[in-house]
Design a protein around this ligand. Structure first.
Ligand code: CA
Length: 219
C-alpha cells in the first residue's frame, strides 16, 4: 500500500514495484490510506510523512501501529525529519529520504518483508475460506469441499484477487491490472475466459456474479 500525495513519486514507485512483481494499492491521503489498508490488507505500507489532509503520515503511522504490526516504511522529504520520527518512536520499520532510488526502496521492502514475514505468517491465516472453497495462498492450492482443484497460475491469481476483494464489484480493467499487471496489453475478454474456467472448475460453490457493464463480484 503506497500512501503518497506526490503523483510523480507515486507513479515511479508504483511502476518499479509492479515490475518487481508486487501488487500495489495507492492512496493520496491518510484517510483513504487507512480505508484501503482495511479493505486490501497489504503486506507492507509505504507512507509519506507529509500528506495533505487531516491525517499526516506521522499520525497515520501512529494509528496503524496502535491497531497492528503491519510493516511500515516511511518516506521523508528531509534528513531532519528522520530524527523527528525516531524521536517520536512511531515504530516504523524503515525510513527513506527523498529523493531516493526506487531500486533502493525495493531492496528495503525486501529486507523488511524478510524480517517480518515469520511474524505475519503467525497472525494471518494463509487460507481464505469462501463457502466450500479453500484458497491456500501459501501453498497455492485450492480445495473444493476438501478435494484439490487444479487451477492454472492465472486462474489461481484471479481467484485469489477476487477472494481478497470479496463483495466488491471489480471492472475487467481492475482485474487485468491486479492479476495480469499494469503493462498487460490485450483483450479484456481474457478475463471472461478465465472466469468461465473458474466457474467450470468450482461450480455452484463459486458465487461469482457478473456485474453488468462493469465486470465481476465474488460474494
Ligand atoms: Ca508529500
Amino acid at each position: 500500500m503506497l500512501v503518497e500525495d506526490d503523483p510523480n513519486i507515486a507513479s515511479l514507485v508504483d511502476m518499479y514495484l509492479r515490475q518487481e512483481g508486487y501488487r500495489v494499492y495507492q492512496a493520496v491521503d491518510g484517510e483513504t490510506g487507512l480505508d484501503r489498508i482495511k479493505q486490501h490488507r497489504p503486506k507492507l505500507v509505504i507512507l509519506d510523512i507529509g500528506l495533505s489532509g487531516e491525517l499526516d503520515g506521522i499520525e497515520m503511522c501512529r494509528q496503524l501501529r496502535a491497531a497492528s504490526d503491519i510493516p511500515i516504511i516511511m518516506l521523508t522529504a528531509r534528513d531532519s525529519e528522520i530524527d523527528r520520527i525516531l524521536g517520536l518512536e512511531l515504530g516504523a520499520d524503515d525510513y527513506m529520504t527523498k529523493p531516493f532510488s526506487p531500486r533502493e526502496l525495493v531492496a528495503r521492502i525486501r529486507a523488511v518483508l524478510r524480517r517480518t514475514d515469520g511474524a505475519a505468517r503467525a497472525t494471518q491465516p494463509p487460507i481464505l475460506n469462501i463457502r466450500e472453497i479453500e484458497v491456500d495462498i501459501a501453498r497455492r492450492e485450492v480445495r473444493l469441499g476438501g478435494d484439490p482443484v487444479s487451477l492454472t497460475t492465472r486462474e489461481f491469481d484471479l481467484l485469489q484477487y477476487l477472494a481478497e476483494n470479496l463483495g466488491l464489484a471489480l471492472s475487467r480493467r481492475q482485474l487485468l491490472d491486479g492479476v495480469w499487471g499494469y503493462d498487460w496489453v490485450g483483450d479484456e475478454r481474457t478475463v471472461d475466459v478465465h472466469v468461465l474456467q473458474l466457474r467450470k472448475k468450482l461450480g455452484d460453490a463459486l458465487k461469482l456474479t457478473t456485474v453488468r457493464g462493469v465486470g465481476y463480484r465474488l460474494d
